[in-house]
Ligand binder design. Sequence first.
Ligand code: CMP
Length: 151
Amino acid sequence: MAGNGKSVRLGEGEYRWLEKGLRGMGFFAKLSLKELAGVLPYIHLEDHPKGRVLCKEGGKGDSFFLIYKGGVEVSKKNWDKPVAKLKEGQFFGEMSLLFGHPRNATVKTLKPTQLFELKANDFSRILKKNPGVAKTVRKVADERRRALAQI
Ligand code: CMP
């Protein structure tokens, strides 16, 4: 599933967004500028068309994704409604990497979407080095797990 988008080179705009936008919310909020600089070499920015399946329920989790532009829908087999819609600044793909399970849901782009992607190894390394980030990601993953158990 991973790495099948069109690769986009990181420019000044993307760096600025990573530094300012992301540090102000969610995933990178707890990273210092130095730590962020350490993360950047491992991040790939990829362009995906509308309708691209990025995570397939039951499949192996190999990447973590952060939405730079666009939006995705999270769905589950045999559920009549989508589980969630995620937009710019939100992340997905963390559950299988954290819990060591197959993908819990299918995630598909709702429109042309640019995603920052981290391979599983780099994701684990970043979480190990940054306990604050690990805590934030685990909290979201736990909330999502509870939501999946309830619906
Ligand atoms: P993962 O299981 O690796 O792959 C599917 C992803 O869908 C999952 O990680 C989460 O990132 C995302 N996901 C699952 N359940 C929810 C939910 N209730 N709300 C938002 N995102 C979810």
